[in-house]
Design a protein around this ligand. Structure first.
Ligand SMILES: *Cc1c(COP(=O)(O)O)cnc(C)c1O
Length: 401
């Protein structure tokens, strides 16, 4: 997206504002599809939680994608966006049996990640096909905040519990039609991923009626210059070959599924904020912007680095800034970052703001959540209004005191 386009959007729709580029989303979707073109049946389940605006979901539906959901509300959103129930997989963790039953009633694919719920669900609904989430205890990435496959993780059914898992399935006569893993975000090492896949293939052999194997996600995208990204093409080449071999061994053409969030939408999004004030202290120059961790929490929550570009003065002389928000907390987006000279009123552009940015926004400090704009076929369209004061009071009850 060009600077001039973004400046116009900030001018027309106000700041702060999230902007998404439909073309980039489509590009990533097609890139992933192409990498796995040698697999006969491929299914991409876009992970809704990364960016859940209904217009974005409609875009994915149009591209032919399926979706991965983690709450009954995401299931409902998906249905509202036009997805057929059979194109929705429900992969929650730690939810009640009741919520899983509600999703099953809506006809979506259930994915269960704990033995207690599996036994209860299987006892009551032995005919409903269920996918099981396996924890292969493989650590991809290396940051314990975002790796979910390792031994202490709360996610999935441990591969060491396979005997008990098989006993439950035998006793309840339930139908397991898929197996799943999601080893966590940020896959750097393709060999680690392939190693985890082998564990999944080994596990798959225990089940005779599988339709699909879901390899989760965690594909890494570059956040800053020099970052490594998952080599999707190499992974596609290697895993497709192995998957096709496995299908022969298994005696059935299975569907290979993935559920990427970040890979599909991260780079398609930017976040635009206005510089309220430039404040020089004895040691630092702060650029204070009209947002905070209420709108973009990833730098403070995960220490993630989002590139920041001064699109109002892109050719300006570079200087060092600390970019901070307006929340009454230490909400630092960047420390000592080299950015083209910033003046009050400039628009700063945060890169990689498509995934886990707006979807984690809150109303902290009673601030409005930002607007969202989708650039689609060259036209900027509002897909979420900026909140107004009534939204802050919505659901609050003033009692007589
Ligand atoms: C969050 C999540 C994903 C998406 O992960 P990304 O790193 O955004 O690709 C996929 N599967 C499950 C089960 C998830 O919880």
């Amino acid at each position: 997206m060009k600077n001039t386009t973004l400046l116009k959007i900030a001018n027309d729709f106000g700041s702060p504002v999230y902007v998404y580029d439909a073309e980039k989303i489509e590009f990533q979707y097609k890139r992933l599809t192409k990498a796995f073109s040698k697999v006969k049946q491929l299914r991409l389940n876009y992970a809704v939680k990364a960016l859940s605006n209904i217009s974005i979901l409609k875009l994915f539906n149009k591209l032919g994608s399926s979706i991965d959901t983690v709450s009954i509300q995401e299931v409902q959103l998906g249905l509202k966006a036009g997805f057929k129930p059979e194109n929705i997989i429900f992969t929650p963790n730690g939810v009640s049996l009741d919520e899983i039953e509600k999703a099953a009633k809506l006809g979506v694919q259930i994915n269960i990640d704990n033995l207690s719920i599996l036994e209860q669900f299987g006892t009551k609904h032995p005919k409903v096909p269920v996918c099981i989430r396996i924890n292969p205890h493989v650590m991809a990435g290396g940051n314990t905040n975002i790796s979910v496959g390792h031994i202490d993780s709360k996610f999935g059914i441990s591969i060491h519990q396979i005997p008990l898992l098989l006993r439950i399935i035998k006793n309840t006569k339930m139908n397991i039609n898929g197996i799943h893993m999601h080893t966590g975000s940020d896959i750097l090492d393709i060999d680690v991923f392939l190693y985890a896949s082998e564990i999944l293939f080994e596990t798959a052999k225990h089940f005779k009626n599988l339709d699909f194997i879901d390899f989760g996600s965690g594909f890494k995208v570059p956040y800053k210059a020099g970052d490594i990204e998952t080599n999707i093409e190499e992974l596609g080449e290697k895993l497709s070959k192995r998957f096709n071999e496995f299908c022969k061994e298994y005696g059935k053409e299975l569907t290979l599924a993935f559920e990427p969030g970040k890979f599909l939408v991260s780079e398609a999004g930017v976040f635009l904020a206005n510089v309220n004030a430039v404040k020089q202290t004895t040691s630092t120059v702060f650029a204070q912007i009209d947002t905070g961790f209420n709108h973009l929490i990833r730098p403070m929550l995960y220490g993630s680095q989002h590139d920041i570009v001064n699109i109002s003065n892109p050719k300006g002389r570079e200087r060092f800034y600390s970019v901070v928000g307006y929340i009454c907390e230490t909400d630092t987006f960047a420390n000592n970052r080299r950015i083209a000279e910033i003046n009050e009123g400039d628009i700063l552009c945060f890169k990689n703001a498509g995934a886990y940015c707006f979807s984690m926004a809150s109303n902290y400090n009673s601030r409005y959540k930002p607007a969202e704009v989708l650039l689609y076929k060259g036209k900027a369209q509002l897909i979420r209004k900026r909140e107004v004061f009534e939204d802050i009071l919505h659901n609050q009850i003033e009692i007589a005191l």
